[in-house]
Design a protein around this ligand. Sequence first.
Ligand code: GLU
Length: 305
Amino acid sequence: MILSDPQSVVTRFAPSPTGRLHIGHGWSALMAMDWARGGRGQEGAGAAGGIVRLRIEDIDGTRSRPEHVAGIIEDLRWLGVEWDGEPVFQSRRLPLYDAALDRLKAEGLVYPCFCTRTEIAAEIAGSGSAPHGADGPIYPGTCRGLSGQERADRIAAGEAHCWRIDMALAASRAGRLHWRDGDAGLVAAHPERAGDVVLARRDAPTSYHLAATIDDAEMGITHVLRGNDLRAATDIHRLLQALLGLPTPLYRHHPLLVDAQGRRLAKRTQGLSLAELREAGIDPAALRADLRAGRFPVGIGLGSA
Ligand code: GLU
C-alpha cells in the first residue's frame, strides 16, 4: 500500500441520500477518515493529519430525500466519523457540471440521446449480444449517428434526452491513460469498456460520473477510497480528468460487505443500518474498533469481487 504524508491528504466520503447508511458505509467512511488522519486510532477533527470532506451526492431528484441527508449526518456523527468543513451538496453545484458539459459539447465529445430505457433494451435484445460495462448493458450507439440538424430539431421540439459521451472519439483523443491504485500500483484505464455512458441524465443536468469527477478535483481531493463496485467507474473518471484537464487522485477500492448468501448489503437490508445498531444499544466506540479490525457481525463478510 502507498503511504502518504497525512498533511497533504484530502479524502472524502460521498454518500447518496437514498436511504440510511448501513454498516458497510460506516466501515468505508471510517477507512477514508483513517487514511486522511494518518492511521488508525488517531481520532478527532483537527488532529494532526489530513482533511476529510463529506459530500452528499443528491443529484437524483426523485430518490434523494432531505430526511436521509439528516439521517446520514446523524449516523456518521454517532459512529464517530468526523469531517472538516461543511458538507458539500451536489444539488447546489449544478452550474459547475453544466460548464464542464458545455466544454465537452463544444469539443464534439458528447451527443444527445433520445432513447428510452425500453428502446435501448429492445435494441440490445434484437442484437443478440448484451455486453456489460461500468453502468450496466453497453448502449448500442443508436443516437450517435444522428445528424446535427436532427439533434437540433428534436431538442428544439422539447424531446427528452440525456447526453452521452462519444467514447471511441473521447478515448482516442485522450490516448493511453493510467491511474494509481494505493494497493495495486499503476493501473491502465480502459474507459472504452463502458461504452457511451451518460454524462447528463434526462432528469438531472449531470450524472454521477461527471459530478463526482468535477467535485473530486474542485474539492482538492487527493485520495479516493470507495467500493470495488466503482472500480470500472474510475477508468471513466480518469478519462474525464484527461478531457477536462483535471488532476488525478490516488485511488483505493475496498471489497463490499456481503451476507451469508454472498449478497451485497443494501440500504434496505434489515438490522444492519447504523440507525438500527444505535437503537439496539450498540456502543459506537466498540463498533468503531471492530470495524477498524475487520470484525463484522455474524454472517457478514467481505465480498470477493
Ligand atoms: N455516491 C456513491 C455511493 O453512495 C459513492 C461515490 C464515490 O465514492 O465516488 O455509492
